[in-house]
Design a binder for this molecule. Structure first.
Ligand SMILES: O=C(O)CCC(=O)C(=O)O
Length: 409
């Protein structure tokens, strides 16, 4: 068992079985850029009940990764691969359950699936259980509760996790009453912060900006940091639990959440003053509001604090906030359809270290909508009531409008 104040050390994965010829052929096709053929080989493997092929294809279909985007088929494959003993599939299913993708299953079912993944030897599931077992209030001084079970008894460890505590809003203090800027000094445990950083580090790419006048997404000198966006397949149970904790703080359902994003700033990188709301007065945004709603809230979680500077600055509110590790804040961007220009804000550059944040945008309506079932007939879909439009929930690119775009009101 890992020291509880260090990142959990997972067990080595079970000795890998050599991939089936279908999976191998799929890999060769992908390497040659023939992704449709790769999907065909995975589908052939899935028809033979090859768990690895089912899992790989299920993940691709869930988000349309070099494949058609058929979340319901993807979810069905994942559920079946998990039922057949797949370790990774059980970890993916934990996420699907936790986000409410399947009627009759929720976060508790998600935890059970994560435990199954850990028992089957999936390292990321084991590491998440260790983080969860330490509890949401584990603090930097080491006063948190002990993991409830010694050794690697993943079921005992998992069953003792207090999911209600993880989802309850922690104590809050307001930085501003109007517009509301609320701080939760103990939103995330240090272990959870480390988990976010470790998972984001290898996935960073330049953070982009949506330029509403030219209707282009581009890199701009106003936003020089990097970002990692976690779609439905990239995310994991712990990320979803953090979102559920935000959801409890806000009283807004998870269905209204965009993809969670981790922001990273090296020294010299920043995002200059901007708004997060979707401005109805800008050309292409009216359509976006009609389709996906406005961004009413931004929730930030400060993942580290070992640097100088790096504040979240609200110049019109006279707030310059250097959050401490594990702190969460949210601010209300738009109130009943009225964009609040007082929420103009910036992410200042860090000095003497790198800076990490979780950034979560929340909409005023559900991004998760039930659609008719679609199928490409690969697998019987055993998950009833799966939401078809799952991908919209987790694939929004988390763009910000360009700094300096005037808000006409
Ligand atoms: O990094 C920060 O402090 C601010 C991030 C930000 O401006 C945003 O996510 O909209």
């Amino acid at each position: 068992m890992a020291n509880r104040y260090e990142m959990a050390t997972p067990e080595p994965p079970p000795s890998p079985r050599s991939p089936s010829s279908d999976v191998e052929r799929a890999e060769q096709c992908d390497a040659a850029g023939a992704h449709a053929d790769a999907v065909g080989h995975l589908a052939a493997g899935a028809r033979k009940h090859d768990v690895e092929a089912m899992t790989r294809l299920g993940k691709r279909l869930l988000v349309g990764d070099r494949s058609p985007c058929l979340p319901k088929d993807g979810a069905g494959l994942i559920a079946e691969a998990s039922a057949r003993g797949g370790a990774e599939a059980a970890a993916v299913l934990a996420v699907l359950y936790a986000v409410g993708a399947s009627r009759g299953h929720g976060v508790q079912a998600g935890l059970q699936s994560l435990i199954a993944a850990a028992e089957r030897g999936w390292p990321a599931a084991q590491a998440q259980l260790n983080v969860l077992a330490a509890g949401p209030s584990e603090d930097a001084t080491g006063n948190g509760p002990s993991p409830p079970s010694p050794g690697n008894d993943w079921r005992a460890l998992g069953q003792a996790i207090d999911l209600a505590a993880w989802q309850a809003p922690p104590a809050a203090t307001d930085l501003s009453g109007n517009p509301l800027v609320r701080s939760y000094p103990k939103f995330a445990s240090p272990a959870m912060c480390r988990w976010f950083i470790d998972n984001a580090r290898g996935r960073l790419s330049r953070a982009l900006v949506y330029e509403a006048i030219s209707r282009e997404v581009m890199a701009k000198p106003t936003r020089t940091n990097t970002a990692a966006v976690f779609n439905l397949v990239a995310t994991d149970f712990l990320f979803v639990l953090a979102q559920l904790r935000m959801s409890a703080c806000l009283g807004v359902p998870l269905r209204q959440f965009e993809a969670v994003t981790v922001l990273h700033y090296d020294e010299g990188e920043e995002i200059t003053e901007h708004y997060d709301f979707v401005d109805p007065n800008l050309p292409s945004y009216a359509q976006e509001i009609a389709e996906q709603g406005d961004r009413i809230v931004t929730f930030l979680v400060y993942l580290n604090d070992d640097y100088q500077g790096g504040e979240t600055a609200f110049p019109r509110l006279d707030i310059s906030h250097k959050g401490s590790r594990g702190e969460g804040i949210f601010f209300v961007n738009s109130d009943h359809g009225r964009a609040d220009t007082r929420t103009l804000h910036a992410g200042r550059t860090p000095v003497g270290g790198e800076k990490w944040r979780v950034s979560q945008f929340v909409r005023d309506r559900a991004l998760l909508k039930q659609r008719r079932r679609a199928t490409i007939g690969i697998s019987p879909c055993r998950v009833r009531g799966m939401w078809y439009a799952l991908h919209r929930y987790f694939t929004n690119p988390g763009l910000l409008q360009a700094s300096g775009v005037p808000v006409v009101r």
